[in-house]
Design a binder for this molecule. Structure first.
Ligand code: NAP
Length: 332
């Protein structure tokens, strides 16, 4: 994979650390809005080419794949350009804001004979696989709580009236779009589409959700998904069944760092938790490994599974987003 990257945030630095462990991924170009920044970032990561014009970069035959980690509202237009230029795309979450936009990108990829993937880390990790393999042990699942609450240092600025991208509706910001999206993916990857979706946001001064609770209701279970940028919690996800509970530390953040299984406590007995997870190392490595495999093998089975997962997550996202005042007037 001859890869170009868009964005200079912390997540892109992490991605470059993952590329070091991966044979088969060669970063060849960096894009930034200014040449000075592009060159500086390229130098930092030892990448040979820097661009400040997206069209010029996308016209380069040296690149076959583009990793897009720009503000959310730029995902669709930048991905569209890359696909039209015949490049594969690895697109940061959220893939799009609506199902219509998501489908449009997949259709464009098919038309141009390339692939597009959503970079949602959790479902590619070995610990997610181990969780799935062991899930039968909890019996009939009834309740799940997925909590991704991370106080953002940008929230203090927001409260002073300074709006960074992540709290800006014009940039598709807010807690649902930025972090509850991980919980949505976790639910879809484990249980498929829910029967109904109910989002109760806490609304900040510009109509954006600074946090919120998303209920995903299935015929036999309820997922309570919390996403917060105005308060913190220890990122625990719990899957409660009739014969036990799976507890996932950093399950909601996409890292799937630690998973254990515990049988129900009784009056006389407090059972010891049993560790299920392994030490995975860099969690981002696994999604890039999977995308590399899908591309190298032209593996349509993998591709279709990721595509269906993304479109199902977008259905939920779109319904929940309709409850956020800042997005209620939009005509996308
Ligand atoms: N998978 C994960 O765990 C994870 C974690 C964090 C973030 N993300 C995702 O990664 C993406 C980037 O997040 P971030 O926090 O790094 O975002 P960000 O800092 O707001 O923006 C990322 C980059 O986009 C460019 N940019 C910023 N404002 C812009 C504007 N108004 N117009 C055009 N370009 C602009 C900047 O690059 P230049 O100055 O070089 O142009 C910046 O470095 C988001 O989609 C987010 O959801 C994923």
């Amino acid at each position: 994979m001859k890869l170009a990257t868009i964005g200079r945030g912390a997540i892109v630095d992490q991605a470059y650390r993952s590329f070091e462990d991966l044979e088969g991924i060669t970063p060849v170009a960096v894009y930034s809005r200014t040449m000075e920044q592009a060159e500086e970032f390229a130098k930092k990561h030892n990448v040979p080419q820097a661009f400040d014009d997206l069209d010029t970069m996308l016209a380069s035959p040296d690149i076959d794949t583009v990793y897009i980690a720009s503000p959310n509202s730029l995902h669709v237009p930048q991905a569209r350009k890359a696909l039209e230029a015949g490049k594969n795309v690895i697109l940061e979450k959220p893939f799009a804001a609506t199902v219509k936009e998501g489908k449009e990108l997949f259709e464009l990829a098919e038309k141009n004979g390339v692939m597009i993937f959503e970079a949602i880390t959790s479902i590619h990790t070995p610990n997610f696989g181990l969780l799935k393999d062991n899930l039968y042990r909890v019996g009939q699942i009834r309740e799940c709580v997925f909590n991704f609450s991370q106080y953002s240092r940008k929230y203090a600025r927001y409260m002073e009236g300074i709006v960074d991208n992540v709290f800006n509706p014009e940039m598709d910001g807010g807690a649902l779009m930025d972090i509850n999206i991980y919980n949505i993916h976790l639910a879809v990857a484990l249980f498929g589409k829910p029967q109904s979706v109910h989002y109760t946001p806490l609304i900040g001064w510009n109509g954006i959700d600074s946090s919120g609770v998303l209920l995903m209701v299935y015929p036999d279970k309820i997922i309570t998904a919390i996403g917060s940028k105005d308060s913190s919690c220890d990122y625990l996800a719990a899957i409660q069944g009739e014969t036990g509970t799976m507890r996932i530390s950093k399950g909601s953040t996409g890292k799937m760092e630690y998973v254990d299984f515990v049988t129900p406590a009784t009056e006389n007995q407090n059972p010891e938790p049993e560790q299920i997870s392994i030490d995975q190392g860099l969690h981002m490595t696994y999604e890039f490994m999977d995308f590399l495999t899908a591309l190298n093998e032209n593996n349509q089975e993998m591709y279709q599974a990721y595509k269906e997962e993304t479109l199902a997550a977008l259905e939920i996202l779109e319904q929940a987003r309709a409850q956020i005042p800042a997005y209620q007037q939009e005509a996308k």
